[in-house]
Design a protein around this ligand. Structure first.
Ligand code: GLU
Length: 424
């Protein structure tokens, strides 16, 4: 008797390979050497550390932590630290490579890196989180550095953790070093506008893409998957532009209201209810997966990798996808979206607002100076719009998707820089 295997929900076997298949697409057009492919396929450095932490019950628990520096060809490594139960070295490898392309697309002088610890921040006290990020920093003190590798927040971490990281690093080096980490609280040398920067970049990309497609923001409907830092700020700033956000989701489920959801209310509710929308009464609760296939103009996946797959891409009705998360669309789903004529603004462009303002934070720290919010928002908008136009023109020129165009720009820049710098 034969048993049918249940259909896998996810497409990826190995996230780095899935990312590299996009690389393959771009390389066909770029005509770069096989050596370059070999160089960029393998991360420059992968560090694995054991992290013993005294938990609140007095017992020691050992976590596994990673830092991957994919490339420093364009500058010091740059990328967030992810605290999530699903973190693996493979995932961190892919995320680090994405940071290389992201920094290249928005033209900032950083390479790509990423860190991660397999843990569940939702089940940990503030004290446990503090001890974990401090031991992680101690173990990484020779990897991190303002001119070597500059961490930042990612899923499960935020300004609070970056403050502890900065403090621990500063103690280890015997001097206060603001510029070793970005995404810090304001009083500690953080930048104005950094908290909402990734969401702002998503909003700017969405508005520019809507213009190209002839969608009027005031008449548009939007669904946002993920109501963390990126999703909630993207939703809020799009609402400010007159868009109607009809659906939201987080780990507690998805919420739909055809008349639009007040994002200010949703953010307030989340902040008063343990960080989730559970019980949010201004919208009807719907099945989480169905949010992705709602009949809306714009879909913003702002949660995790590999949520738009070959299993649901056929059913997507949005005209435009703007990727707030890193890697939300699988390589196999790309093909289906292309056939259906759905435009996807790729992650390495759409969510680059965060690392762009991180760069501004690093610059301010190094100057020992503070910029006003206006200057930061103006510069961030300019950086994302310039990058968008460059990607759009490249996609027209080569008749490729925006994703392939973004990869063409990024890989070309890295390959050219490598050529000038020279190898061993
Ligand atoms: N974690 C964010 C990202 O994936 C920000 C990285 C940074 O600011 O360095 O883009």
């Amino acid at each position: 008797m034969q048993y049918l295997e249940p259909a896998p929900i996810k497409d990826r076997s190995n996230p780095l390979e899935s990312m590299m298949s996009r690389f393959d697409e771009a390389v066909k057009i770029l005509d770069i050497s096989d050596e370059m492919y070999q160089i960029l396929k393998v991360p420059s450095r992968q560090v694995i550390v054991g992290l013993p932490v005294t938990m609140d019950n007095g017992r020691i628990k050992v976590f596994e932590g990673y830092r991957v520096i994919h490339s420093t060809i364009l500058g010091p490594g740059k990328g967030g630290v992810r605290f999530d139960p699903d973190v693996t070295l493979e995932e961190v490898n892919a995320l680090a490579a994405w940071m290389t392309w992201k920094c290249a697309v928005v033209d900032i002088p950083f390479g790509g890196a990423k860190g991660g610890v397999a843990c569940n921040p939702r089940e940990m006290s503030a004290g446990e989180m503090e001890r974990l990020i401090r031991v992680y920093t101690t173990k990484m003190q020779d990897i991190f550095g303002p001119d070597k590798d500059i961490p930042a927040p990612d899923m499960g971490t935020g300004p609070r953790e970056m403050a502890w990281l900065m403090d621990e690093y500063s103690k280890a080096k015997g001097m206060t070093t603001h510029s070793v980490v970005t995404g810090k609280p304001l009083v500690l040398g953080g930048s104005k506008g950094r908290v909402e920067a990734t969401g702002r970049g998503v909003m700017i990309s969405a508005i520019v893409a809507m213009e190209k497609l002839g969608i009027k923001p005031e008449l548009s409907t939007i669904a946002v998957q993920g109501f963390g830092n990126v999703g909630s700020w993207a939703a809020k700033l799009l609402e400010d532009k007159g868009c109607k956000v009809v659906a939201l989701s987080d780990i507690s489920g998805a919420y739909y209201n055809e008349n639009g959801i007040s994002i200010v209310d949703a953010m307030e509710y989340r902040d008063q209810h343990n960080g989730t929308l559970e019980g949010f009464a201004e919208a009807e609760k719907i099945d989480s997966d169905s949010l992705l296939t709602l009949d809306v103009d714009v879909l913003i996946p702002a949660a995790k990798e590999d949520v738009i797959t070959r299993h649901n891409a056929h059913e997507i009705k949005a005209k435009l996808i703007v990727e707030g998360a890193n890697g939300p669309t699988s390589a196999l789903a790309d093909e289906i979206l292309k056939e259906k004529g759905i435009i996807a603004v790729p992650d390495i462009l759409a969510n680059a607002g965060g690392v762009t303002v991180s760069y501004f934070e690093w610059v301010q720290n190094r100057m020992g100076y503070k910029w006003g919010l206006d200057r930061i928002n103006r510069r961030c908008e300019r950086a994302i719009k310039n990058a968008f136009n460059h990607v759009y023109e490249t996609s027209e020129k080569h008749k490729v998707t925006l994703r392939t165009a973004a990869y063409i720009i990024a890989i070309d820049k890295v390959a050219m820089t490598y050529k000038y710098r020279g190898g061993y």
